[in-house]
Ligand binder design. Structure first.
Ligand code: SF4
Length: 333
């Protein structure tokens, strides 16, 4: 198999917030919240990595670290061979050309006072791309067409309120890709859309990532969606990546009890079928009070005594498939 080129890589990445714990209207305590707790991830050119986990597991914080919207507490993020985890000022502005985001809510991500053409031309103007307005107009038109809004002239002068949710998400995708970024992050990109159009938006994202040779990161709580779109999958639980590997192998082998539970909750790979977590016992613990040992142990059906005391290390199961669980402790001995 040919080796793919890594575009972006997180190495032992940490993000810690200090949060105020209140009681009776007063601050009673200040606690540390380790939203991202030592993760290692990478994405290659033309590849889609899905990050899946329940709400509050650190997926969105991870996305913000990759985009330079948060500074890392520890560890690094390499874009090529440059560490971008603490960029500021002009360097940060230049980096933003390389990193784009699609948000969950297309209703709020577009400026309601901007015509569609201005929405897509704005990032080009900010970064000084295109020799004049006419060239930027043509670039915006071309991008809109690639995002499936054809003929583009029909949409260029519309306002967001004159478009459907799916059309607005296509505009958001066009705006993100017009800068020709190296990587694209989509955070729950279809959760606000009607189920009937989810698959078409996911197909468009997948097509754009492959054809433009981007590194794509798709974030969702829904493993059926991640399974549908991703080449590789990382399962995140309370700030740690507990299992990662090629999506096919991860689905087939599903080593970690949390991955098994997520998949049992969502046996259908169709993104139009609603996913629920009802068959996972209990709720994820509060991230300011992470359990000792394996953080999944209070909910784990396979919990052993060692799990309550010692944090499992990551075990290499072969083919880039890694799992953080004591059940596989003999694999690397
Ligand atoms: Fe379950 Fe133990 Fe594995 Fe944690 S380390 S997932 S508690 S078996």
């Amino acid at each position: 198999m040919t080796e793919r080129t890594k575009v972006i890589e997180a190495i032992d990445l940490h993000k810690e917030f200090m949060v105020k714990i209140k009681g009776d209207g007063k601050v009673r305590e200040i606690k540390s919240l380790k939203a991202v707790d030592g993760i290692n991830l990478h994405v290659c050119k033309g590849e889609t990595l899905g990050i899946v986990g329940e709400s509050g597991c650190g997926k969105t914080t991870t996305a913000k670290l990759f985009l330079g919207l948060h500074n890392a507490t520890m560890g690094s993020i390499l874009l090529g061979d440059k560490d971008i985890s603490h960029l500021k000022g002009k360097e940060l502005k230049n980096f933003r050309k390389h990193a784009q985001m699609i948000f969950q809510d297309p209703y709020e991500s577009l400026n309601p006072r901007f015509k569609i053409k201005n929405t897509i031309m704005e990032p080009l103007e900010i970064h000084g791309i295109g020799k004049d307005k006419a060239e930027r107009y043509e670039m915006a038109k071309q991008m809109l067409s690639e995002a499936g809004l054809k003929p583009p002239e029909e949409y260029m002068d519309r306002y967001p309120h004159e478009m459907s949710g799916g059309q607005k998400q296509r505009v958001a995708i066009a705006r993100a890709l017009v800068l020709n970024p190296d990587f694209l992050i989509a955070d729950e990109p279809v959760s606000m859309l009607d189920v009937s159009i989810r698959a078409s938006i996911l197909k468009l994202l997948r097509k754009m990532i492959t054809e433009k040779d981007l590194a794509g990161i798709i974030i969702s709580h829904d493993i059926s969606l991640i399974r549908y779109i991703s080449d590789r999958t990382a399962v995140m639980y309370l700030g740690k990546i507990v299992e990662q590997g090629s999506t096919e192998e991860l689905i087939e082998k599903r080593y970690h009890p949390y991955t098994k539970a997520l998949l049992e909750a969502a046996p259908n790979p169709d993104p139009e079928v609603k996913f629920t977590l009802e068959n996972i016992k209990g709720e994820a613990p509060n991230p300011v009070d992470i359990p000792k040992g394996c953080r999944f142990h209070p909910r784990c059906p396979e919990c052993m005594e060692i799990c309550k005391m010692i944090t499992p290390q990551e075990y290499d199961m072969g083919n880039g498939h890694k799992v953080m669980c004591h059940l596989y402790g003999d694999k690397n001995e």
